[in-house]
Each structure stands twice: as structure tokens, then as C-alpha cells.
Design a binder for this molecule. Structure first.
Ligand SMILES: NC(=O)c1ccc[n+]([C@@H]2O[C@H](COP(=O)([O-])OP(=O)(O)OC[C@H]3O[C@@H](n4cnc5c(N)ncnc54)[C@H](O)[C@@H]3O)[C@@H](O)[C@H]2O)c1
Length: 321
């Protein structure tokens, strides 16, 4: 089964991630069918996809005349059985909870065609321990990043029994959607990016909670330095330009102490205790009072698309080598 013959995609779970993934498959010409246990989710997904298509057209990322056919390729159903029965790929994007995921995998196993691939969008869970044994060769984690209709990276994590054919098909499907998959050879909690973010967050909360810097200056520092430099050099190639000897000396510098491990940083907990959960509650570290969530997300998408316009050349391989 080649990626060009995989026509039907089932998306299970239409919350934050599902609609954007549905849109990406449909833009690439696949037929998508979505299912969610929440009966209002299909309507909400339609609204999000309509708004996102307008943003993509406005930003010049898609011709308006294509929007109708993209929308026509996305359908919804009210049972998981009918969602998966003709699927070439089932994308699991339900809540990050092992009991919920396990029960969804059992239903997929009972009703999806034997040869179909199963991708899980889990951020951390070892879903290979939850999937019935006989599906493991066609199962992997394909971890997308929000917003999935804009961010190119997909972390593809192999299970111990994932077959070569499953991996190859997955990579070719993702590349056919202009995504940039990377392969993680074996499961590790958090995969790559969330592990790195965990460490960055630990240092950032240490600096905030100990009064070294304001949140505004910390964000400016990142945007005005390592963020653009990382776009050109990534993380590892940057060491070549710093000099490996200097990098080694910096690591050995005993004055440069590491932040203590604190998995309940005060600045985060203080906000949570006050009900400030981020954009979804109108306030997090910053105050979004008076703005509605859809407008905030659309503005974020517009700015991201502007950045993406210049991104492609940064993603080319072996630049500067
Ligand atoms: N939000 C992110 O930024 C992000 C990024 C990458 C990966 N993920 C991962 O993607 C998955 C989904 O995340 P999300 O943020 O979209 O979650 P979400 O909570 O926004 O949405 C989950 C959806 O799953 C539905 N659902 C729950 N049980 C179900 C069932 N049995 N059958 C069908 N639908 C069911 C819920 O009704 C909800 O609409 C999680 O595994 C998460 O870790 C999230």
C-alpha cells in the first residue's frame, strides 16, 4: 500500500489538535472523517476550520478557490465504528488520558481494517503498551505541534514492533503534506521537543521566581537572540560556531550553577491558584482581558504565517556545510 493510495483518514478526537490535522490532510487531497464523543465538537471543528481557511487565504498561503473543495473533503460522523471502517490511517487525537486512549484503541482494533495504520498524537504516553498486540506493527506515534496547520514538525516515534513499511508510508504521507517529520528510534517520555522545552522552562521559572528578570524582558531576550539564530543553526550546529572548546569550558565553569529541580515553580502555581490558566481563561502570565479566544488564536496564526514565509530556506539540509 503506497502513500498515494491512502485516501481515507479517520481523525478521532476533535479538540484543540484534531481540526487542524483534518485540515492538513484535506489540503493534501485526502478524504477525512472526524469523530468526537462530544456531540458539539463537529460544529466547533467546522467553525475553526472555516476561520483558519480565511486566515490562510488572507495570508496568501492558499488560493480562495480551493477552500470549497478542501471543506468538502472533511466529513463528520457520530460513531467511531463508521469513522474507522474504511480508514487507511486512523489518527488518534483524544484527551491525554491512558484510560480514554486505551478504550479508543480497543474500538479502533475492533472496527478498523486490518491493514490500516494507527497514528497516536500523544504528547507523552507510551501508547505501545495500550495497543492490542496484533496492531503493533502498524502503530506509531506521530506527534504534531500546535497549531498543526502551520507548524511543520511531526515527531514520529517508533514502537519496538513498528514495521519498516509503516514507518516509510507514514514519512511519505507526512512529506506529501509538506510536513517535516523526524524519526525517534525508540519511545522516550516527551520525545525530543517537550524534553528540551522542559529544561528551558525549568531555567526560565528559576530566573523569574528569583527576581533576576521580568517576564517581558525574558521573552524579548529569547526573540531577539536565540530564536532567530536557532532558525539558521538549530541547536547542535550552533556549537560549531561558538567553538567546541569554549562550549566545553562553559560547561565546566563551577560558578555557573544549574537551577534546582523544582517541578512546582512558584510563578506557575501562583497563577494557577488565582485561576489564571493562560489564553483560554483570559489571563496567564499576560492579561488578555477583553479579547476573545478566536481572535487571539487568529492573530497568533497570522504572525506565525508571516514568520513561516521566510522559513523554508532555513529548513534546507546541510546549509553552511
Ligand atoms: N494541545 C496541544 O498543543 C497538543 C500538541 C501536541 C499533541 N497533543 C496531544 O494531542 C491529543 C489531543 O490533544 P488536544 O489538546 O486536542 O486535547 P483536547 O482536550 O483539546 O481534545 C480532546 C478531544 O478528545 C475528545 N474525546 C475524549 N474521549 C474521546 C473518545 N473516547 N472518543 C472520541 N473523542 C474523545 C474530547 O471530547 C475532546 O474534544 C493529546 O494526546 C495531546 O497530548 C496536544
Amino acid at each position: 500500500m503506497g502513500s498515494n493510495v491512502i485516501e481515507n483518514i479517520a481523525i478521532i478526537g476533535l479538540g484543540t489538535m484534531g481540526p487542524g490535522m483534518a485540515l492538513e490532510f484535506a489540503r493534501a487531497g485526502h478524504h477525512v472523517i472526524g469523530f468526537d464523543v462530544n456531540p458539539g465538537a463537529a460544529e466547533a471543528s467546522r467553525a475553526v476550520i472555516d476561520a483558519t481557511l480565511s486566515t490562510l487565504v488572507e495570508a496568501g498561503h492558499m488560493p480562495e478557490k480551493e477552500t470549497g473543495s478542501v471543506k468538502e473533503r472533511i466529513r463528520y460522523t457520530d460513531s467511531i465504528e463508521s469513522a474507522v471502517e474504511n480508514a487507511g490511517v486512523v489518527v488518534e487525537a483524544v484527551s491525554e488520558n491512558s484510560t480514554v486512549k486505551q478504550s479508543v484503541f480497543e474500538k479502533i482494533d475492533a472496527h478498523a481494517p486490518e491493514e490500516c495504520l494507527v497514528w497516536s498524537n500523544t504528547s507523552t504516553l507510551n501508547i505501545f503498551e495500550m495497543m492490542p498486540e496484533k496492531r503493533l506493527d502498524r502503530t506509531l506515534i506521530a506527534h504534531w505541534f500546535a497549531p498543526p496547520h502551520i507548524i511543520p514538525l511531526v515527531e514520529v516515534v517508533k514502537g519496538g514492533q513498528t514495521s519498516r513499511e509503516t514507518l516509510d508510508l507514514t514519512l511519505s504521507l507526512l512529506r506529501g503534506m509538506n510536513k517535516r517529520p523526524i524519526v525517534i528510534e525508540k519511545y522516550v517520555p516527551g520525545f525530543i521537543i517537550n524534553r528540551i522545552l522542559r529544561n528551558l522552562g525549568r531555567e526560565a521559572f528559576f530566573l523569574l521566581d528569583n527576581g533576576y528578570i521580568s517576564k517581558e524582558d525574558l521573552d524579548l531576550a529569547i526573540k531577539a537572540s536565540i530564536a532567530p539564530r536557532m532558525m539558521v543553526l538549530g541547536l547542535i550546529q550552533r556549537y560549531d560556531f561558538t567553538g567546541l572548546d569554549l562550549s566545553a569550558r562553559n560547561l565546566l565553569d563551577e560558578n555557573f550553577f544549574d537551577p534546582p529541580v523544582d517541578n512546582r515553580p512558584a510563578s506557575l502555581q501562583k497563577n494557577i491558584d488565582a485561576g489564571n490558566l493562560g489564553v483560554k481563561s483570559g489571563r496567564g502570565f499576560y492579561d488578555y482581558t477583553g479579547r476573545n479566544l478566536v481572535d487571539i488564536l487568529n492573530d497568533r496564526d497570522k504572525y506565525l504565517l508571516k514568520v513561516m514565509d521566510n522559513l523554508q530556506f532555513c529548513l534546507e539540509k546541510d546549509r553552511l556545510v
